[in-house]
Ligand binder design. Structure first.
Ligand code: ZN
Length: 360
């Protein structure tokens, strides 16, 4: 059995994946930690249930809405132990330096904080990659591994190129308006930029019209550095994306053997449903059935209606269910206006205050 739980993570991500033969023998994977309150909830659950062991923890990238809670969680030496966190995948500053072969030692506050804490807690770091950055090499087979209990992972993002860009982005920002490690100021600046673009088409749910909007890919370096992967268990395939760029995922998917449109039982939409992270090209490579959006819509007004419409339109009337972990002014119209017939039919459900569990 497979359970995918979205934790209330405000406008960020925190996904708790469970897999196993029976409800009593479930294994765990954690993808991102959202902000501090989300991490507090995880700490509490780990303290209450000593049997929970994470086979893997993936911190997709350094943006606060994915990583902030980790610095809080990892300070708890009682629950964060090598016995309970078997491995973490995270591309920290040291990996960017490796990617760029530079000698700088600057980094975002949370990124450096987490890096220090991983060491202090003694958690194996990028171990399956020999301690090197987690990335997709330009040629050959995609990196694949199998976790204990049989969950198979195939890495789709980031590329080394995207990690190099993140390095450049970091340095550039340190020299410009932002002070080293001033994540809050960075978020403020980003929020300002995004707001200008967000509301162009309002909260319309006109799929045919919205799906025609021209696609423009996200250019944010941190998002592009996201770890994205396929996870397979029991004939089910899940796609976890962080805030990855669709062109990177598309070119990785094109390298899969055999070459075909991949049936995806569960698709965690990249970047909280931004219209710049789910391209028509990506939707030509995947055929998702359960589609998950993690966001409360604050700050960036996610999900963008163009993104939701593009996903529905690509299905051409085959069954698809949209899962929103929060009922918001952006998501409620999609739930209300779900149509059961025609080429743009879909079903939609909203979680309760950010909490949502899907069983495959
Ligand atoms: Zn994000």
């Amino acid at each position: 059995m497979i359970e995918i739980e979205l934790l209330p993570a405000q406008y960020g991500d925190c996904i708790w994946l469970r897999y196993g033969e029976t409800a009593e023998s479930l294994r765990h994977v954690l993808i991102d930690t959202g902000f501090v309150p989300t991490a507090t909830a995880i700490r509490k659950r780990l303290a209450e249930d000593r049997t929970i062991v994470f086979e893997l923890m993936v911190m997709t990238h350094i943006d606060a809405d994915h990583i902030e809670g980790s610095a809080h969680l990892f300070q708890d030496a009682k629950v964060v132990t090598p016995a309970r966190f078997k491995e973490i995948w995270f591309n920290g500053w040291r990996h960017l330096v490796t990617a760029k072969t530079a000698k700088d030692t600057l980094g975002s506050k949370q990124g450096e904080y987490l890096s220090a804490l991983i060491g202090e807690r003694g958690i194996p770091w990028n171990e399956r990659f020999g301690g090197a950055p987690v990335y997709v090499p330009p040629k050959g087979k995609l990196p694949r591994c199998e976790l204990d209990g049989g969950l198979k992972l195939t890495l789709l993002s980031p590329t080394l190129e995207k990690l190099k860009k993140l390095h450049g982005y970091w340095v550039k920002n340190l020299a410009g308006k932002l002070k080293p490690g001033d994540e809050r100021a960075a978020m403020k600046l980003l929020a300002k930029d995004k707001k200008y673009a967000a509301d162009a088409l309002g909260t319309s749910t006109n799929v045919a019209k919205l799906a025609q909007a021209k696609f423009k890919e996200d250019a944010a370096e941190a998002n592009g550095s996201s770890i994205a992967f396929l996870a397979e268990y029991d004939d089910k395939t899940m796609l976890f994306t962080g805030d990855a760029h669709p062109s990177v995922m598309t070119s990785s998917l094109a390298r899969l053997e055999p070459k075909k449109k991949v049936p995806i039982d569960l698709f965690k939409v990249s970047h909280h449903g931004s219209k710049n992270n789910t391209s028509p090209a990506l939707l030509e490579y995947i055929d998702p059935v359960e589609v998950v959006f993690s966001t409360n819509g604050k700050k960036f007004n996610h999900p963008d209606p163009e993104c939701v419409a593009r996903i529905i339109a690509a299905k051409k009337g085959r069954p698809v269910t949209l899962h929103f972990n929060y009922a918001t002014k952006q998501t409620t119209p999609w739930v209300k206006n779900a149509t059961k017939t025609g080429p743009n039919k879909y079903e939609a459900v909203a979680g309760r205050d950010g909490a949502l569990t899907i069983r495959l």
